[in-house]
Design a protein around this ligand. Structure first.
Ligand code: MN
Length: 226
């Protein structure tokens, strides 16, 4: 096929023991750990889940992340990543795990100053959330290998010091519930990723910082801000 301009390459995430996973869309859920919702000034008990998206090519597989432009407040948000293997609409929660291909570990890097301004003005979050290289991610592990993950330590260290620490069981909306909710609004497709939300302890990073993300049973995420 000839195109008028060069066609984008498919972003493909390495898979533990298999062919790479082609990324289609990146869904992210906001405020999905109660203590993080509270630190952002919200009452977690009253909220339905809400979502935003990043472009597929925001996925960063390199070990270094360039400090992005137009911000003075780049924050880390460590999250478990769910990879969709089978599409569907109106997926019931009890069937949702059949749609999961596997799991990984990612960072929903956030230009917090731009996001805060957008919130204040009632504008979209895209430029605070969906910028270039804003989604560092590990390789994926097929669920057939690691099982479905509903609990386990999730921890981010910056330069060896713990910044975020919780347990995946603390998710307000579980992985099956997230899949059910998203698929009520948009048909999920193979290649979609879901960043499942971040625990408390989000904070700023600067050039030279070494981030180390961990979720029990999944690959270690290592990225340095340059
Ligand atoms: Mn997030």
């Amino acid at each position: 096929m000839r195109y008028a301009v060069p066609a984008p390459e498919i972003v493909a995430i390495p898979v533990d023991g298999g062919d790479p996973f082609p990324v289609r869309r990146v869904y992210c859920v906001g405020r999905n750990y109660a203590a993080h919702a509270r630190e952002m000034g919200h009452d977690p008990d009253r909220e339905e889940p809400f979502f935003f998206m990043k472009p597929a090519d925001a996925i960063l597989l390199a070990k270094t992340m360039p400090y992005p432009p137009q911000t003075k407040d780049l924050h880390h948000e460590l999250e478990m990543v769910v990879a969709i293997g089978k599409g569907g609409s109106d997926i019931p929660p009890e069937k949702a795990l059949e749609h999961v291909f596997g799991y990984g570990v990612g960072l929903d890097m956030t230009r917090r100053d731009l996001q805060a301004e957008a919130k204040k003005l009632g504008r979209p979050w895209d430029f605070g959330k969906g910028f270039d290289h804003s989604a560092p991610c590990t390789s994926l592990v097929p669920a057939a290998k690691c099982g479905h993950i509903s609990k386990g330590r999730i921890e981010l260290k910056v330069n060896g010091e713990t910044r975020q620490k919780s347990d995946v069981s603390m998710l307000i909306w579980s992985v099956p519930e997230l899949i059910a909710k998203i698929s009520q609004s948009m048909r999920l497709e193979p290649g979609d990723l879901i960043f499942s939300g971040t625990p408390e302890g989000v904070a700023a990073v600067k050039k030279g910082d070494k981030l180390h993300g961990h979720v029990d049973g999944l690959p270690e995420l290592e990225v340095t801000i340059v």
